[in-house]
Design a protein around this ligand. Structure first.
Ligand code: SAJ
Length: 418
């Protein structure tokens, strides 16, 4: 196949790699000139991709990247992998999908397949994409095929290879589903056909909404265990001995990232359009929003000095371990609040060399024994695998470990858990 991938971010680039590895040709389109030049220079902008891997994408001459959508005229399938964030009022923001579609339509050719992969509210493919394709005078399912297929990329882990994660596809018509299955089956081990694009859209949001609700329940239990002076991590270990029916979600400083806090709100937005309200999603959101303050109260309760007179070091500012993504990261809220109360805050995150908070720039500090000994408190907010935990344990007066990452270490009398 010749595949056009629009959007070369954490979804589009791994997808491009998958097609290239299987010998297909890929034209990658992105409007971000920085991404395009970094790809051509062979310098990665994704934590999961080394520079070497980026260089390898181009080695067979089957990968071209450009900002020109005209390249899409020569492909068999066009896959849109652009962001679907929330806007400032917390509503779905489809501007990137609409822009990508507007730029694609003039180059759409008869016989092509057009797939949307961006997580979006149910009905987007049917109500936003299909009508504009029909306007070209084509019959969807005959002259052109349109489908939806959710991305299931999980940044920062290599346990499940992307090709091994079953790929759900749902078309505007059965022949669209078949066409999409044919393309995806050439790179994914398993392709799951569903009866419509809407089923595929809902399935994606439900997967992530269930995760949000389950995580938020553990956050609420963590707050209860705190008041009961019970170790939540010990509780989770005990629950996990149940061979079935319990999934060990863990509490944390909050829920970040571009999927889990966002996708469920797309689902609830659609529910509201139907005159309904998914109350558990709203409840989950408000519980998770309380976690940054809960962490700060923990720090306050164990500090030897008032918060406003303390030196505090934040370890890890990304939304989860081993990624360089700070979108919706709860660590940023904690950072801002500590600055607001006048604490002397600094951070270390090997994935984030510099950070702008409240329009002030911060650099990730190098960790040394001396600088640790100079802190009144160290907050572990992201449990990156590469952090020097033994040194941190040996040279910090107080460690608030929000991820229980020090679980396997000895003599932790200076450690406070969530
Ligand atoms: N988190 C917790 N407790 C948990 C799990 C996660 O506090 O038990 C927090 C994380 O620290 C992070 C946020 O929730 O701040 C989201 O974490 P995540 O592990 O869900 O990571 P994401 O956002 O990268 O989610 C991706 C999703 N993949 C896609 O949307 C394609 C999600 O569907 C996956 O289930 C998830 O990876 C995964 O399984 O790791």
């Amino acid at each position: 196949w010749t595949i056009g991938i629009v959007g070369l971010g954490y979804v589009g680039l791994p997808l491009a790699q998958l097609f290239l590895e299987q010998g297909h040709t890929v034209y990658g389109i992105d409007t971000d000139q920085t991404k395009l030049s970094r790809l051509e220079q062979g310098t990665s902008y994704l934590a999961d991709f080394s520079d070497q891997v980026i260089k390898e994408l181009f080695q067979n001459g089957t990968f071209a990247v450009s900002s020109s959508y005209a390249l899409l005229e020569n492909v068999d399938a066009i896959i849109l992998c652009v962001p679907t964030p929330l806007d400032t009022s917390g509503e779905p923001d489809l501007q990137y999908v609409r822009k990508a579609l507007q730029s694609t339509l003039p180059h759409l050719q008869k016989g092509q397949l057009l797939v949307l992969e961006s997580s979006t509210y149910p009905g987007t493919t049917e109500e936003e994409i299909a009508p504009q394709v029909k306007e070209k005078g084509w019959n969807i399912g005959q002259d052109i095929h349109v489908a939806y297929s959710p991305e299931r990329i999980n940044p920062g882990q290599s346990t499940y290879k992307l090709a091994s994660i079953p790929k759900v596809v749902g078309g505007e018509t059965p022949s669209c589903t078949k066409r999409a299955k044919g393309v995806y089956a050439s790179v994914f081990d398993e392709v799951v056909e569903v009866s419509s694009s809407k089923v595929a859209e809902v399935s994606k949001l439900v997967e992530n909404a269930q995760r949000l609700i389950n995580i938020s329940f553990m956050n609420e239990v963590a707050m209860l265990c705190d008041s009961l002076h019970v170790n939540i991590w010990e509780v989770i270990d005990a629950c996990s001995t149940k061979p079935f029916g319990f999934t060990p979600y863990t509490p944390g400083p909050g829920v970040g990232g571009h999927c889990i806090p966002v996708d469920p709100l797309y689902l609830n937005w659609k529910a509201n359009q139907q005159g309904m309200d998914l109350s558990l999603i709203q409840a989950a959101k408000s519980v998770n929003a309380r976690m940054p303050r809960f962490v700060i109260e923990k720090v306050k309760a164990h500090l030897g000095v008032p918060l406003e007179q303390s030196n505090l070091l934040m370890l890890g500012v990304t939304y989860k371990k081993n990624v360089n993504d700070i979108r919706e990261s709860p660590a940023l809220q904690i950072f801002e609040h500590l600055l607001d109360v006048g604490a002397n805050v600094s951070y270390h995150d090997p994935y984030v060399p510099s950070l702008t908070i409240d329009s002030s720039d911060y650099e990730s500090r190098t960790i040394t024994k001396e600088m640790l000994e100079n802190q009144h408190g160290v907050l572990i907010l992201t449990d990156h695998s590469c952090l020097p935990y033994q040194m941190i344990l040996d040279h910090s007066a107080l460690i608030v470990d929000t991820r229980n990452v020090l679980k396997g270490y000895e003599n932790k009398n200076n450690v406070v858990l969530l």
